[in-house]
Design a protein around this ligand. Structure first.
Ligand code: G3I
Length: 537
């Protein structure tokens, strides 16, 4: 069935100005399209304009997750008042805004934040055909003394539903928010409702896993919805022979906070875990003969902060090295054991440590680093080797890992791991763009192999491109050269063993604003898909 836009009316027929932060609305109609249509939808067509300055108790922001929000006096804020977001027990807990009326519109988001050094992020969540995507709109590094401003634009897809813009951060610190707004850029479009997507018949598309079968596995990041949906899953099965769970194998998804804190003594050295949510994706992979990249065990992000506190109470006393080593060992052991007992042989590789280098090319001072010390990476790999079933490949995975100074930092801390025999591969995430030299990237790839003696996987490929004349072809050319170069590396004897794209369609990507993937929403191929096919042929 065609995806129907039941009511779409361009706001050029109407000039509407409405909705101040305290809900007052007035409208002025200068020209009417059709009286009948107008009378039905005039109410909904009021241009959404969210603007919170937190001067009064009547603000629009709502709490997200377990976080709480309240208006507070704050001398650092404009006009002396702000929204305090507190009681955050997971990094995505924050404040949120219902943005359903922004469907199909270009939006601008502005805000200013104060927090103890956290990177505060404004993100957007929406469903496309039942699949929830989480996108970052803009991020700002904060400090405790003054407000840091952030400003970003985003195009909300026409077929997005359950649209929410929210404030989150990479720590659990309180976030003070001031002057937050979400506004339409340019002309407002009102789209009342969306129907089903009319998916293309993908059965005759050339198959990437077959085309690249002599060189490497072709993989894709999935969600439970992709695994469960017949159109998406049929396409994925035909095209790919490796999958990565985009979010569900991360510590945040596996660690069970409620159970752990229900008996702190019992779980002191081995936090409680839950795995049932993984079954849809793992069953899908097993039943369709795919392998799985396990992503990820030890990471600074999407790992709840409570894990690092002695009694699992954030803000209390941090756990010491000995206790954290026990928790790390037990976590890795339990994940390996559960996976092997329930899905023997399915997980071919694990991203044991993810993103341990920071953006200043030093070891990231994460809570793993702070509690255990510099050798936490070696320890993690040693535990992974101890408990991984034989043949499971152990990877270090990072973004911007092709950049020479970041690469030097990474090589520095991976050499001892390789010498101990605990490193099998380097995962180059590859969230790249069309301006990055393919030659530079391949030189870095060769260096990881030659200096560490390990295999390489491209683990999270997406290629951002700026929209403009010929943007899709430009992106296609880049994808084509990138894949050809990887094949050349293989032919030269550099073991590139898999290439994973980070998602299925552009609107479902974590970077939807950059249109970085291979497929359109209805699974028609973008020039990028065609170029990847051509590069293999
Ligand atoms: O986890 C909560 C979930 O429990 C809750 O129900 C839901 C609704 O409130 O929010 C969820 O949080 C979101 C999470 O995805 C879903 O697991 C976060 O807000 C959102 O920021 C998060 O985004 C993910 C991001 O990692 C987080 O860093 C993206 O989907 C995912 O594509 C992205 O993937 C990472 C790789 O793992 C590592 N390399 C970089 C890459 C891109 O950031």
């Amino acid at each position: 069935m065609k995806r129907k836009i039941l009511a779409f009316v361009s706001a050029c027929a109407v000039v509407l100005s409405a909705c101040s932060s305290n809900g007052a609305a007035d409208k002025e109609i200068t020209e009417t399209a059709s009286e009948a249509v107008m009378s039905n939808i005039a109410e909904e067509m009021v241009m959404p304009d969210i603007s919170d300055n937190f001067l009064q108790e009547l603000y629009i922001a709502k709490k997200r997750g377990k976080a709480l929000v309240k208006r507070v006096e704050d001398t650092a804020a404009t006009d002396g008042s702000a929204l305090l977001i507190y009681n955050r027990i997971e990094s995505w807990n924050g404040a949120e805004y219902d943005c359903e009326k922004f469907r199909g519109n270009d939006i601008n988001v502005k805000g200013s934040f104060r927090s103890a050094g956290a990177s505060v992020r404004v993100s957007i969540q929406y469903d496309i055909n039942g699949n929830t995507s989480y996108n970052s709109i803009c991020t700002v590094k904060t400090n405790n003394d003054s407000y840091s401003e952030v400003n970003g634009d985003f195009t909300v897809p026409d077929n997005a539903e359950k649209i929410i813009v929210y404030i989150e951060s990479d720590t659990l610190d309180d976030i003070y928010t001031d002057n937050f707004s979400i506004r339409t850029i340019g002309e407002y479009k009102y789209i009342a409702e969306v129907g089903d997507i009319d998916f293309a018949d993908t059965s005759a598309y050339p198959s990437l896993k077959e085309l690249y079968g002599d060189y490497f596995r072709m993989g894709i990041a999935i969600s439970p919805t992709i695994a469960a949906n017949k159109d998406y899953s049929a396409f994925v099965c035909r095209q790919f022979n490796s999958v990565t769970m985009e979010n569900n194998f991360k510590p945040e998804a596996v660690l069970d906070h409620n159970k752990t804190v229900s008996d702190v003594e019992k779980y002191m050295e081995s936090p409680a875990l839950s795995f049932e949510h993984l079954r849809t994706e793992l069953d899908f992979a097993r039943d369709n003969g795919m392998t799985v990249r396990g992503h990820t065990l030890v990471w600074h992000s999407q790992t709840p902060e409570w894990l690092f506190y002695k009694n699992y109470a954030v803000g209390d006393e941090l756990a010491d090295r000995e206790l954290m080593l026990k928790r790390m060992e037990n976590y890795i052991k339990s994940v390996m054991e559960w996976s092997n007992e329930n899905y023997p042989g399915l997980i071919s590789s694990w991203d044991v440590v993810n993103e341990a280098a920071d953006d200043n090319n030093k070891m990231r001072e994460s809570l793993w680093y702070k509690t255990i010390g510099e050798d936490y990476i070696e320890q993690a790999f040693a535990f992974a080797r101890k408990y991984a079933p034989e043949g499971t490949k152990l990877f270090y995975n990072d973004y911007n890992s092709y950049m020479p100074s970041k690469q030097n930092c990474i090589l520095g801390f991976l050499k001892p791991v390789a010498e101990q025999g605990n490193l099998d591969g380097v995962g180059m995430q590859s969230h790249i763009n069309t301006e990055i030299g393919v030659g530079t990237f391949m030189s870095a790839l060769e260096k990881y192999h030659s200096e560490l003696g390990v295999e390489i996987q491209i683990t999270e490929l997406d290629v951002a491109v700026k929209k403009g004349d010929g943007w899709e072809e430009k992106q296609g050319d880049y994808y084509g050269s990138f894949l050809s170069a990887l094949v050349d590396e293989q032919k030269k004897g550099v073991p590139v063993t898999s290439v994973t794209v980070w998602g299925l369609t552009d609107s479902m990507s974590w970077k939807a604003a950059d249109h970085p993937l291979l497929m359109n929403d209805d699974l028609t191929p973008k020039p990028a898909f065609e170029a990847v096919v051509k590069a293999a042929e």
